[in-house]
Design a protein around this ligand. Structure first.
Ligand SMILES: Cc1ncc(COP(=O)(O)O)c(C=O)c1O
Length: 392
Protein backbone atom coordinates (compact mmCIF):
# COMPACT_ATOMS: atom_id res chain seq x y z
CA UNK A 1 0.00 0.00 0.00
CA UNK A 2 2.88 2.38 0.77
CA UNK A 3 5.27 1.22 -1.93
CA UNK A 4 4.48 4.14 -4.27
CA UNK A 5 4.35 6.76 -1.50
CA UNK A 6 6.98 9.21 -0.35
CA UNK A 7 8.03 8.33 3.20
CA UNK A 8 7.92 9.31 6.03
CA UNK A 9 4.13 9.47 5.85
CA UNK A 10 1.29 9.46 8.36
CA UNK A 11 -1.49 6.96 7.74
CA UNK A 12 -4.97 6.62 9.22
CA UNK A 13 -6.87 3.34 9.13
CA UNK A 14 -10.41 4.59 8.45
CA UNK A 15 -12.05 1.27 9.31
CA UNK A 16 -10.37 1.25 12.74
CA UNK A 17 -11.28 4.93 13.22
CA UNK A 18 -14.94 4.20 12.49
CA UNK A 19 -14.98 1.25 14.87
CA UNK A 20 -13.48 3.48 17.58
CA UNK A 21 -16.17 6.12 16.95
CA UNK A 22 -18.85 3.42 17.33
CA UNK A 23 -17.27 2.14 20.57
CA UNK A 24 -17.12 5.63 22.11
CA UNK A 25 -20.70 6.39 21.07
CA UNK A 26 -21.76 3.09 22.62
CA UNK A 27 -19.88 4.02 25.83
CA UNK A 28 -22.14 7.08 26.12
CA UNK A 29 -25.06 4.77 26.93
CA UNK A 30 -28.69 5.30 26.10
CA UNK A 31 -29.32 8.78 27.54
CA UNK A 32 -29.35 12.10 25.67
CA UNK A 33 -25.66 12.88 26.42
CA UNK A 34 -23.66 13.81 23.33
CA UNK A 35 -19.99 13.61 22.37
CA UNK A 36 -18.03 16.80 21.65
CA UNK A 37 -14.91 16.08 19.64
CA UNK A 38 -11.66 17.31 21.26
CA UNK A 39 -10.03 18.80 18.17
CA UNK A 40 -6.54 19.05 19.70
CA UNK A 41 -6.39 15.26 19.61
CA UNK A 42 -7.13 15.13 15.87
CA UNK A 43 -5.93 18.41 14.23
CA UNK A 44 -7.24 17.32 10.86
CA UNK A 45 -10.47 18.83 9.45
CA UNK A 46 -11.22 15.87 7.17
CA UNK A 47 -11.05 13.44 10.08
CA UNK A 48 -13.04 15.73 12.39
CA UNK A 49 -15.77 15.82 9.74
CA UNK A 50 -15.77 12.04 9.34
CA UNK A 51 -15.91 11.53 13.13
CA UNK A 52 -18.83 13.95 13.57
CA UNK A 53 -20.69 12.38 10.64
CA UNK A 54 -20.22 8.91 12.08
CA UNK A 55 -21.43 10.06 15.55
CA UNK A 56 -24.70 11.18 13.92
CA UNK A 57 -27.15 12.60 16.45
CA UNK A 58 -24.83 11.57 19.33
CA UNK A 59 -22.16 14.06 18.20
CA UNK A 60 -22.30 17.77 18.92
CA UNK A 61 -19.63 20.29 18.01
CA UNK A 62 -15.93 20.58 18.68
CA UNK A 63 -13.92 21.23 21.82
CA UNK A 64 -11.25 23.59 20.48
CA UNK A 65 -8.00 24.73 22.05
CA UNK A 66 -7.46 28.27 20.73
CA UNK A 67 -9.32 31.16 19.15
CA UNK A 68 -7.15 31.03 16.03
CA UNK A 69 -7.88 27.33 15.70
CA UNK A 70 -11.62 27.98 16.09
CA UNK A 71 -11.35 30.53 13.26
CA UNK A 72 -9.71 27.94 10.99
CA UNK A 73 -12.42 25.42 11.85
CA UNK A 74 -15.15 27.99 11.15
CA UNK A 75 -13.56 28.63 7.73
CA UNK A 76 -13.61 24.88 7.16
CA UNK A 77 -17.36 24.86 7.77
CA UNK A 78 -17.58 23.73 11.41
CA UNK A 79 -19.82 25.37 13.99
CA UNK A 80 -20.67 24.89 17.69
CA UNK A 81 -17.11 25.50 18.85
CA UNK A 82 -16.32 25.45 22.54
CA UNK A 83 -12.83 26.88 23.12
CA UNK A 84 -11.87 24.92 26.23
CA UNK A 85 -8.76 26.82 27.25
CA UNK A 86 -8.72 30.43 28.44
CA UNK A 87 -7.89 33.44 26.34
CA UNK A 88 -5.61 36.08 27.85
CA UNK A 89 -4.91 38.50 24.99
CA UNK A 90 -6.96 41.09 23.11
CA UNK A 91 -6.17 39.66 19.61
CA UNK A 92 -7.60 36.25 20.53
CA UNK A 93 -10.61 37.85 22.24
CA UNK A 94 -11.30 39.86 19.05
CA UNK A 95 -11.17 36.69 16.96
CA UNK A 96 -13.83 35.09 19.19
CA UNK A 97 -15.99 38.22 19.06
CA UNK A 98 -15.73 38.44 15.27
CA UNK A 99 -16.66 34.75 14.88
CA UNK A 100 -19.74 35.30 17.03
CA UNK A 101 -20.60 38.53 15.19
CA UNK A 102 -20.30 36.52 11.95
CA UNK A 103 -23.02 34.14 13.12
CA UNK A 104 -21.00 31.26 14.59
CA UNK A 105 -21.79 29.67 17.93
CA UNK A 106 -18.54 29.90 19.88
CA UNK A 107 -17.86 29.76 23.63
CA UNK A 108 -14.83 31.28 25.34
CA UNK A 109 -13.75 29.53 28.53
CA UNK A 110 -12.98 31.62 31.61
CA UNK A 111 -11.82 31.03 35.15
CA UNK A 112 -11.05 34.59 36.35
CA UNK A 113 -12.52 38.07 36.07
CA UNK A 114 -9.67 39.50 33.93
CA UNK A 115 -10.51 37.02 31.16
CA UNK A 116 -14.19 37.94 31.44
CA UNK A 117 -13.32 41.64 31.14
CA UNK A 118 -11.11 41.08 28.09
CA UNK A 119 -13.77 39.12 26.21
CA UNK A 120 -16.52 41.53 27.24
CA UNK A 121 -14.53 44.44 25.80
CA UNK A 122 -13.91 42.63 22.50
CA UNK A 123 -17.58 41.61 22.31
CA UNK A 124 -18.79 45.18 22.99
CA UNK A 125 -16.37 46.49 20.32
CA UNK A 126 -17.81 43.98 17.81
CA UNK A 127 -21.37 44.82 18.85
CA UNK A 128 -22.16 41.25 19.88
CA UNK A 129 -22.70 39.01 22.92
CA UNK A 130 -20.16 36.25 23.51
CA UNK A 131 -21.13 33.12 25.42
CA UNK A 132 -18.80 32.08 28.21
CA UNK A 133 -17.96 28.68 29.68
CA UNK A 134 -16.89 28.41 33.30
CA UNK A 135 -13.95 26.02 33.81
CA UNK A 136 -14.14 24.07 37.08
CA UNK A 137 -11.19 22.34 38.69
CA UNK A 138 -11.80 18.69 39.59
CA UNK A 139 -8.48 17.85 41.19
CA UNK A 140 -8.39 16.07 44.54
CA UNK A 141 -6.68 18.18 47.20
CA UNK A 142 -6.56 16.19 50.44
CA UNK A 143 -5.08 17.57 53.69
CA UNK A 144 -6.66 20.98 53.20
CA UNK A 145 -5.08 21.49 49.79
CA UNK A 146 -1.50 20.72 50.88
CA UNK A 147 -1.50 17.77 48.48
CA UNK A 148 -2.72 18.33 44.90
CA UNK A 149 -3.69 15.21 42.92
CA UNK A 150 -4.80 15.94 39.39
CA UNK A 151 -3.97 18.54 36.78
CA UNK A 152 -3.56 22.24 37.52
CA UNK A 153 -6.34 24.03 35.69
CA UNK A 154 -8.86 26.41 37.13
CA UNK A 155 -9.00 28.10 40.56
CA UNK A 156 -12.80 27.57 40.56
CA UNK A 157 -13.37 24.64 42.90
CA UNK A 158 -16.30 25.68 45.10
CA UNK A 159 -19.83 26.96 44.71
CA UNK A 160 -18.76 30.26 46.27
CA UNK A 161 -15.94 30.86 43.75
CA UNK A 162 -18.30 29.97 40.86
CA UNK A 163 -20.89 32.46 42.09
CA UNK A 164 -18.22 35.14 42.46
CA UNK A 165 -17.15 34.73 38.82
CA UNK A 166 -20.73 34.39 37.57
CA UNK A 167 -21.47 37.75 39.20
CA UNK A 168 -18.49 39.31 37.40
CA UNK A 169 -19.99 37.97 34.14
CA UNK A 170 -23.43 39.38 35.01
CA UNK A 171 -21.92 42.88 35.37
CA UNK A 172 -20.87 42.83 31.69
CA UNK A 173 -23.68 43.28 29.14
CA UNK A 174 -21.65 41.81 26.23
CA UNK A 175 -21.05 38.35 27.74
CA UNK A 176 -23.33 35.57 29.00
CA UNK A 177 -22.57 32.46 31.03
CA UNK A 178 -24.18 29.48 29.27
CA UNK A 179 -21.74 26.61 29.73
CA UNK A 180 -19.69 24.81 32.37
CA UNK A 181 -16.62 22.69 31.72
CA UNK A 182 -15.52 20.16 34.30
CA UNK A 183 -12.77 17.86 33.05
CA UNK A 184 -11.81 15.01 35.37
CA UNK A 185 -8.30 14.62 33.96
CA UNK A 186 -7.26 12.26 36.77
CA UNK A 187 -9.85 9.76 35.53
CA UNK A 188 -10.05 10.42 31.79
CA UNK A 189 -6.36 10.79 30.98
CA UNK A 190 -4.72 8.20 33.22
CA UNK A 191 -4.13 4.60 32.15
CA UNK A 192 -5.21 1.74 34.43
CA UNK A 193 -2.15 -0.22 33.29
CA UNK A 194 0.99 1.71 32.40
CA UNK A 195 3.63 -0.71 31.10
CA UNK A 196 6.37 1.89 31.79
CA UNK A 197 5.61 2.24 35.53
CA UNK A 198 3.57 -0.77 36.67
CA UNK A 199 4.42 -0.23 40.34
CA UNK A 200 2.45 3.03 40.30
CA UNK A 201 -0.71 1.39 38.85
CA UNK A 202 -2.32 0.84 42.31
CA UNK A 203 -1.71 4.49 43.30
CA UNK A 204 -3.16 5.73 40.01
CA UNK A 205 -6.09 3.36 40.58
CA UNK A 206 -6.72 4.83 44.03
CA UNK A 207 -6.67 8.41 42.69
CA UNK A 208 -9.05 7.42 39.87
CA UNK A 209 -11.48 5.75 42.25
CA UNK A 210 -11.49 8.78 44.56
CA UNK A 211 -11.68 11.31 41.70
CA UNK A 212 -14.89 9.91 40.17
CA UNK A 213 -17.24 10.67 43.10
CA UNK A 214 -15.40 13.93 43.70
CA UNK A 215 -16.15 15.04 40.11
CA UNK A 216 -19.84 14.21 40.49
CA UNK A 217 -20.09 16.01 43.85
CA UNK A 218 -18.21 19.13 42.73
CA UNK A 219 -20.17 19.46 39.49
CA UNK A 220 -23.40 19.25 41.52
CA UNK A 221 -22.22 21.77 44.13
CA UNK A 222 -21.24 24.29 41.47
CA UNK A 223 -24.32 23.81 39.30
CA UNK A 224 -26.64 24.12 42.31
CA UNK A 225 -24.87 27.36 43.25
CA UNK A 226 -25.37 28.72 39.72
CA UNK A 227 -29.02 27.62 39.63
CA UNK A 228 -29.43 29.44 42.96
CA UNK A 229 -28.59 32.75 41.27
CA UNK A 230 -30.74 32.03 38.24
CA UNK A 231 -28.09 30.68 35.85
CA UNK A 232 -28.94 27.36 34.16
CA UNK A 233 -26.07 26.46 31.80
CA UNK A 234 -27.21 24.86 28.56
CA UNK A 235 -23.95 22.93 28.23
CA UNK A 236 -22.25 20.93 30.99
CA UNK A 237 -19.15 19.35 29.49
CA UNK A 238 -17.07 16.72 31.23
CA UNK A 239 -14.68 13.87 30.74
CA UNK A 240 -12.39 12.66 28.05
CA UNK A 241 -11.66 9.42 26.20
CA UNK A 242 -10.79 7.48 29.34
CA UNK A 243 -14.03 8.33 31.18
CA UNK A 244 -16.75 8.42 28.51
CA UNK A 245 -19.08 5.94 30.18
CA UNK A 246 -18.50 7.10 33.79
CA UNK A 247 -18.86 10.80 32.92
CA UNK A 248 -21.95 10.15 30.77
CA UNK A 249 -23.56 8.40 33.71
CA UNK A 250 -23.59 11.69 35.67
CA UNK A 251 -27.11 13.02 34.94
CA UNK A 252 -25.91 16.64 35.25
CA UNK A 253 -23.49 16.25 32.32
CA UNK A 254 -24.99 17.16 28.93
CA UNK A 255 -21.97 16.17 26.84
CA UNK A 256 -18.65 14.32 27.09
CA UNK A 257 -15.51 15.47 25.30
CA UNK A 258 -13.36 12.89 23.54
CA UNK A 259 -10.60 13.08 20.98
CA UNK A 260 -7.69 10.71 21.51
CA UNK A 261 -9.81 7.59 21.53
CA UNK A 262 -10.80 7.95 17.89
CA UNK A 263 -7.20 7.56 16.74
CA UNK A 264 -5.98 5.58 19.78
CA UNK A 265 -2.29 6.46 20.11
CA UNK A 266 -0.33 4.12 22.36
CA UNK A 267 -0.93 6.13 25.58
CA UNK A 268 -4.55 5.02 25.21
CA UNK A 269 -3.72 1.34 25.44
CA UNK A 270 -4.21 0.06 28.97
CA UNK A 271 -7.59 1.53 29.90
CA UNK A 272 -9.78 -1.04 31.59
CA UNK A 273 -13.14 -1.48 29.86
CA UNK A 274 -12.15 0.60 26.85
CA UNK A 275 -11.14 -1.57 23.93
CA UNK A 276 -9.91 0.74 21.19
CA UNK A 277 -7.85 -0.02 18.10
CA UNK A 278 -4.79 1.86 16.89
CA UNK A 279 -5.95 3.98 13.94
CA UNK A 280 -3.09 6.40 13.29
CA UNK A 281 0.46 5.45 12.37
CA UNK A 282 3.55 6.88 10.79
CA UNK A 283 5.73 4.99 8.36
CA UNK A 284 9.47 5.62 8.20
CA UNK A 285 11.61 4.39 5.31
CA UNK A 286 14.66 2.23 5.96
CA UNK A 287 17.51 4.24 4.46
CA UNK A 288 20.59 2.29 5.53
CA UNK A 289 21.93 -0.68 7.46
CA UNK A 290 25.02 -0.10 9.56
CA UNK A 291 25.14 -3.77 10.70
CA UNK A 292 23.37 -6.99 9.71
CA UNK A 293 21.14 -6.78 12.81
CA UNK A 294 20.33 -3.06 12.53
CA UNK A 295 18.29 -0.89 10.20
CA UNK A 296 18.27 2.89 10.16
CA UNK A 297 15.11 4.83 9.28
CA UNK A 298 14.77 8.40 8.10
CA UNK A 299 12.96 10.66 10.64
CA UNK A 300 11.16 9.35 13.71
CA UNK A 301 11.84 11.83 16.54
CA UNK A 302 8.19 12.57 17.14
CA UNK A 303 8.16 12.66 20.92
CA UNK A 304 4.96 13.55 22.75
CA UNK A 305 4.38 16.39 25.22
CA UNK A 306 3.86 15.88 28.95
CA UNK A 307 6.17 14.84 31.78
CA UNK A 308 9.21 13.57 29.84
CA UNK A 309 9.55 9.81 30.12
CA UNK A 310 9.80 6.66 28.07
CA UNK A 311 6.03 6.55 27.64
CA UNK A 312 6.24 9.70 25.46
CA UNK A 313 8.35 7.94 22.81
CA UNK A 314 6.93 6.39 19.65
CA UNK A 315 6.57 2.60 19.51
CA UNK A 316 7.36 0.38 16.53
CA UNK A 317 4.12 -1.31 15.43
CA UNK A 318 5.43 -3.47 12.60
CA UNK A 319 7.42 -5.36 11.55
CA UNK A 320 7.71 -6.94 15.00
CA UNK A 321 11.25 -7.35 16.31
CA UNK A 322 12.58 -3.81 15.87
CA UNK A 323 13.57 -1.86 18.98
CA UNK A 324 15.17 1.58 19.33
CA UNK A 325 18.85 1.81 20.20
CA UNK A 326 19.14 2.95 23.82
CA UNK A 327 21.76 5.67 23.29
CA UNK A 328 20.10 7.25 20.25
CA UNK A 329 16.37 6.74 20.62
CA UNK A 330 14.03 8.18 18.00
CA UNK A 331 16.28 10.72 16.28
CA UNK A 332 15.96 14.17 14.82
CA UNK A 333 16.82 12.99 11.32
CA UNK A 334 17.37 9.27 11.64
CA UNK A 335 16.37 6.40 13.90
CA UNK A 336 18.52 3.27 14.14
CA UNK A 337 16.59 0.16 15.20
CA UNK A 338 17.90 -3.20 16.30
CA UNK A 339 16.45 -6.20 14.45
CA UNK A 340 15.55 -9.31 16.44
CA UNK A 341 12.62 -10.42 14.29
CA UNK A 342 11.98 -13.49 12.15
CA UNK A 343 13.85 -13.76 8.84
CA UNK A 344 15.58 -10.88 7.11
CA UNK A 345 15.42 -7.33 8.44
CA UNK A 346 13.40 -4.89 6.31
CA UNK A 347 15.31 -3.76 3.23
CA UNK A 348 16.14 -0.28 1.95
CA UNK A 349 13.05 1.77 1.18
CA UNK A 350 10.73 -0.56 3.08
CA UNK A 351 8.43 1.04 5.67
CA UNK A 352 8.72 0.66 9.42
CA UNK A 353 5.33 1.50 10.91
CA UNK A 354 5.22 3.24 14.30
CA UNK A 355 2.65 4.69 16.70
CA UNK A 356 2.86 8.10 18.32
CA UNK A 357 2.21 8.36 22.07
CA UNK A 358 -0.48 11.03 21.59
CA UNK A 359 -3.23 11.52 19.05
CA UNK A 360 -3.01 15.09 17.78
CA UNK A 361 0.65 15.97 17.86
CA UNK A 362 1.57 13.81 14.89
CA UNK A 363 -0.40 16.25 12.75
CA UNK A 364 2.17 18.92 13.63
CA UNK A 365 4.78 16.78 11.83
CA UNK A 366 2.92 16.01 8.62
CA UNK A 367 1.12 18.27 6.14
CA UNK A 368 -1.21 15.50 5.00
CA UNK A 369 -2.51 12.18 6.29
CA UNK A 370 -2.97 9.23 3.97
CA UNK A 371 -6.43 7.84 4.63
CA UNK A 372 -6.49 4.07 4.14
CA UNK A 373 -9.31 1.57 3.87
CA UNK A 374 -8.29 -2.07 3.79
CA UNK A 375 -5.08 -2.14 1.76
CA UNK A 376 -5.93 0.90 -0.37
CA UNK A 377 -5.19 4.59 0.18
CA UNK A 378 -8.59 6.21 -0.31
CA UNK A 379 -7.60 9.87 0.08
CA UNK A 380 -4.82 12.22 1.10
CA UNK A 381 -6.05 15.23 3.05
CA UNK A 382 -4.38 18.14 4.86
CA UNK A 383 -3.72 18.43 8.57
CA UNK A 384 -3.87 21.84 10.29
CA UNK A 385 -0.19 22.17 9.38
CA UNK A 386 -1.03 21.49 5.74
CA UNK A 387 -3.59 24.29 5.90
CA UNK A 388 -1.03 26.69 7.37
CA UNK A 389 -2.46 26.38 10.87
CA UNK A 390 -0.08 26.15 13.83
CA UNK A 391 -1.62 27.04 17.16
CA UNK A 392 0.87 25.93 19.81
C1 LIG B 1 -10.93 20.16 28.56
C2 LIG B 1 -10.58 18.80 28.06
N1 LIG B 1 -11.58 17.92 27.86
C3 LIG B 1 -11.32 16.69 27.39
C4 LIG B 1 -10.04 16.29 27.12
C5 LIG B 1 -9.84 14.86 26.68
O1 LIG B 1 -9.37 14.71 25.43
P1 LIG B 1 -8.93 13.27 24.92
O2 LIG B 1 -10.14 12.48 24.70
O3 LIG B 1 -8.17 13.57 23.69
O4 LIG B 1 -8.06 12.66 25.98
C6 LIG B 1 -8.97 17.16 27.32
C7 LIG B 1 -7.61 16.73 27.06
O5 LIG B 1 -6.63 17.28 27.48
C8 LIG B 1 -9.25 18.46 27.80
O6 LIG B 1 -8.27 19.35 28.02
Amino acid sequence: MLSERALPAAVVDLDALERNVDRLVEALGEGPTTLRIASKSVRHPGLLRRILDRCGSRGRGLLCYSAEEAALLAREGFDDLLIAYPIAGAPAARIVASLVAGGHRVWATVDCSEQVQLIAEAAAEAGTIVELCLDIDLSWRPLGGVVHLGVRRSPIRSGASAIHLAEAVAEQPAVRLTAVLAYEAAVAGVQDRNPGSRLLDPIRGLIKRRSRPLAVARRREILESLWGIGIVPEVVNGGGTGSVSSTASDPLVTEVAAGSGFLCPHLFDGYRGLELEPAVFFALPVVRRSDPDHVTCFGGGYVASGAAGRDRLPRVHCPRGLTPVELEGFGEVQTPLRWRGQGAAPGLGEPVVCRHAKAGELAERFSTYLLARGDRIEAEEPTYRGLGGSFG
